[in-house]
Design a protein around this ligand. Structure first.
Ligand SMILES: *Cc1c(COP(=O)(O)O)cnc(C)c1O
Length: 451
């Protein structure tokens, strides 16, 4: 029996340890207990409502309590909640695999399921390494990653990530990855286009591949947007150059589309914008539209065949997670794909993306906004101390947190990444709600930069 926020907060703070949180902050900024969700709205125990402008950490696609996904999960619940996927199978996981093979870039024909994004990254890394080993290339045991990249929190995923805030503390525990400079368009010189910048930065990747190909299993990238790294975006040219170079050097390409997949960049998958097929694609987050934890790695028939042999040869991929391919999660994913198809979502999102672009146009001339960047349904506004020189505010000042607090008071959940305020809303947001996001962000930024 819970009727107000305070009582639940008190119980929460006496037993919980929240993710990605300095718990001491909760003394002044306690967690907000949510009673129900409906569409873009989250509602607390006192009737306050918030627009979920970050899609509850980039997972929600079609709103909270979506009737169609609810119905699918409910239907599945009456039939089969879960079954072991080794030695057994079920209809939702088969159908989902068939549809993902059709939907993802050409050449990806095999689905291996896990239950969260980091695990999918671990699967791709291990599979790539193991593939080369099965081919007798035991010297390949390294990975190349981009600076400012993020691939998850488990030790393997953390090792190929590159955001200091998440990684540095654990450095002694991590395998050594080789890092290449990011093609991040924000870092380009004035007068250079994002494409020119990507091509120039790629030279260093080419050099690393030349030097390390013999010992490298794969290059892992977040296609087009380095999300956790501050929604930094780069030109698709980098991906086509990378695909070509990986082929020439006999190195795999792993596309981590955990955040950018399912329409966030304006196309179903970000790789499509470069016209490439990776050797591995990792999907999670939007896969179930924010309903249930599920992830999948798709790979090629060539990789699959390298593991296919008599058991005694010990070439099998002996990796599993307890909730691998959970039927409820697969049904949520199937309902999600149904909505994409029947509602022509990718097409319709274009109007919403244009709206986001229009309402944030005035931010470009704000004296403390260093960049407004957008790809499809992801839009980021970067606060800077010095607009000309793009000098950031010191992170210790926590300016983003001031935007967060202001926005909550205005009924908007914005959760800036450092100095980067961004919108990554569910696709059911309305043009009027987008206007409200922009107004709130504007006022929030004014307060944050003045402080
Ligand atoms: C969120 C994310 C992950 C990790 O997924 P989890 O489900 O949080 O483990 C990996 N890669 C990218 C690009 C992500 O954004």
């Amino acid at each position: 029996m819970m009727s107000n926020n305070a009582a639940l907060i008190e119980r929460d703070l006496s037993v919980l340890w929240h993710p990605c949180t300095q718990m001491k902050d909760c003394e002044t900024l306690p967690p907000i207990p949510i009673k129900r969700g409906q569409g873009v709205w989250l509602e607390d125990f006192e009737g306050n409502r918030y627009i979920d402008a970050v899609s509850s950490w980039w997972v929600n696609l079609f709103g909270h309590a979506n009737p169609r996904i609810n119905a699918a999960v409910r239907d599945q619940l009456e039939k089969l909640e879960h079954v072991i996927l080794a030695g057994f199978s079920h209809e939702p996981v088969v159908e989902l695999s068939e549809r993902l093979v059709k939907l993802t870039p050409e050449g990806l024909s095999r689905c291996f399921f896990a239950d969260n994004g980091s695990s999918a990254v671990e699967v791709a890394l291990k599979m790539s390494f193991h593939y080369w080993r099965n081919l007798g290339k035991t010297g390949k045991h390294k990975f190349i990653t981009l600076e400012n990249s993020y691939h998850g929190e488990t030790l393997g995923a953390l090792a190929v990530g590159n955001v200091a805030l998440f990684k540095e503390t654990y450095d002694p525990l991590l395998m050594r990855a080789i890092s290449a400079p990011s093609p991040d368009a924000f870092l380009r010189e004035q007068g250079t286009s994002p494409g020119e910048h990507a091509a120039k930065i790629f030279d260093q990747m080419e050099e690393l591949l030349e030097r390390h190909a013999e010992e490298t299993c794969a290059v892992i990238v977040e296609p087009l947007i380095q999300c956790a790294g501050g929604m930094r975006m780069y030109d698709p040219l980098y991906l086509s150059l990378l695909r070509d170079a990986c082929d020439r050097h006999d190195v795999h390409l792993i596309a981590d589309e955990i955040a950018v997949g399912f329409g966030r960049t304006g196309t179903m998958f970000a790789c499509e914008q470069a016209g490439i097929s990776p050797d591995f694609i990792c999907l999670s987050k939007g896969l179930t539209a924010g309903y249930l934890p599920l992830s999948v790695v798709l790979t090629s028939e060539r990789v699959y065949q390298a593991f296919y042999d008599d058991f005694e040869k010990l070439t099998a991929f002996l990796h599993s997670h307890s909730y691998t391919g959970n039927p409820l999660a697969c049904r949520a994913a199937l309902a999600t794909l149904d909505i994409f198809e029947s509602d022509n979502v990718i097409e319709k999102n274009r109007a919403l993306a244009t709206k986001m672009q229009q309402v944030t146009e005035p931010f470009r001339t704000h004296p403390n906004v260093g960049d407004v960047r957008q790809l499809g349904m992801t839009l980021a506004i970067e606060m800077v101390k010095d607009k000309e020189k793009k000098i950031p505010f010191p992170w210790q000042q926590r300016r983003g947190l001031k935007v967060y607090q202001y926005a909550l008071g205005k009924g908007v959940l914005l959760r800036p990444l450092g100095n980067v305020v961004y919108f990554m809303p569910p696709y059911v947001i309305t043009p009027e709600q987008i206007e409200h996001l922009a107004e709130t962000a504007w006022r929030g930024i004014e307060i944050a930069v003045a402080a």
